[in-house]
Write a protein that binds this ligand. Structure first.
Ligand code: MSS
Length: 366
């Protein structure tokens, strides 16, 4: 394990042996290091920053961080200390980058070549957005989106809309959204958006704004490039724009995490195949495993705690394998009836890959 680039300073506390450092702002978890106990430890959670993170000074006194809230009856500023007096909740959820699985798109989309490791299942704690909105008199009339802005210091001399990390999601998403200051039982680290982060369970990673400075209920979507033309699902060779769907709801997905030792054959006999499966925006219903590249499927058993609609579940299937070569695939289905497709859905930037074929692994048994 290990190898590749060194961890950047703000993420130096990560488990170096378990991570692949693509760049200082893109770090993924190795497929063989997901573990089997549902929760991804914070030091193994992937990192993706569109801009360099702010100075670590901002997490020294988290309670002092202030958030501006607008588009409500009584707009105003609240510190994290104020938010802590309004309510408390915790949610277990999959945090996953929109580009997870991009490495398998044959047209080589620009962006980080993530395989499966730009995802984790973690617990965030904080105040429900609903409670904050209620304390401020409710959402103002005519507001269709919840728009949040990251706290990065923007480079000078450029149009802020070209760089600002600001995303809008449908206003209904506020029902389950949380302003979080805690991750897996400890203060939210800078790398994951401390002192305060917006969490939108069931939505793709980019919508979970780190070091949030401004939460706005708006009539229109953000004018920022990251909203208007980036993170859109559009055909290969086209240009992104607001006429294409925004990357919002997370699709159903699953993958094997063990055994995963490429190049190392497994001894014949009993093998326990295991992995993670998520329903995405909807709860997970079932997961099936195929040993023959998708010709036949067997139901796998979920094990470990069921941490709710937005969490993933670990699953396993014990099989007896004779010597030979196997193509092990997994296919999850959610409550809405969406099942992973065989093929990825082509799109210019390589988003939302949930193809069971791409996520399958080769297993050699001797
Ligand atoms: N936020 C901010 N502020 N900034 C940035 O850059 N990024 C995104 C989110 N948020 C950002 C934010 C993305 S894009 C993602 S994935 C996420 O975040 C990640 O997280 P972590 O914690 O893991 O790092 Mo793709 O869809």
């Amino acid at each position: 394990a290990g190898g590749g680039k060194a961890l950047p300073e703000y993420a130096a506390w990560k488990d170096a042996d378990a991570m692949v450092v693509h760049s200082a702002n893109t770090i993924e978890l190795r497929r063989e290091d997901f573990g089997h106990s549902t929760i991804t430890p914070s030091n193994r959670l992937y990192v993706r920053n569109n801009l360099n993170p702010p100075s670590a000074d901002i997490v020294k006194d988290p309670d002092a961080w202030s958030l501006e809230v607008s588009g409500v009856a009584r707009p105003g500023s609240l510190t994290v200390a104020d938010l802590k007096r309004l309510g408390l909740t915790a949610v277990t959820m999959v945090l996953q980058c929109s580009g997870n699985g991009r490495a398998w798109f044959p047209h080589k989309p620009s962006g980080t070549q993530w395989t499966v490791g730009a995802a984790g299942c973690v617990v965030f704690a904080g105040v429900p957005v609903k409670d904050v909105v209620k304390a401020l008199g409710g959402v103002a009339g005519g507001m269709k989106y919840m728009t949040s802005t990251g706290g990065e210091i923007l480079p000078e001399g450029v149009d802020p809309n070209t760089v600002r990390v600001e995303r809008s999601v449908p206003v209904e998403a506020m029902e389950d959204a949380v302003l979080a200051w805690e991750l897996n039982g400890a203060a939210l680290p800078l790398a994951h958006g401390g002192p305060l982060r917006l969490i939108v369970p069931g939505y793709m990673g980019v919508n979970n704004i780190k070091y949030i400075r401004h939460l706005a209920f708006t009539a229109e979507q953000s004018p920022a490039k990251i909203q208007q033309s980036s993170y859109r699902f559009y055909p290969v060779g086209e240009k992104g724009s607001d006429k294409y769907p925004s990357i919002w709801e997370m699709p159903v997905n699953s993958w094997i995490t063990s055994p995963y030792e490429p190049g190392k054959p497994q001894p014949a006999g009993r093998v326990v195949l295991s992995g993670v499966a998520m329903g995405g925006f909807h709860a997970l219903k079932e997961v099936e495993v195929s040993l023959d590249g998708g010709q036949t499927w067997k139901a796998a058993d979920s094990f470990g705690p069921d941490m709710g609609r937005y969490a993933w579940r670990t699953f396993a299937l014990a099989v007896d394998l004779k010597p030979g070569k196997y193509q092990i695939a997994t296919r999850a289905t959610n409550d809405k009836g969406d099942a992973q497709p065989k093929e990825r859905q082509d799109n210019n930037r390589g988003y939302n890959n949930n193809s069971w074929l791409d996520h399958s692994i080769e297993l050699e048994v001797v």
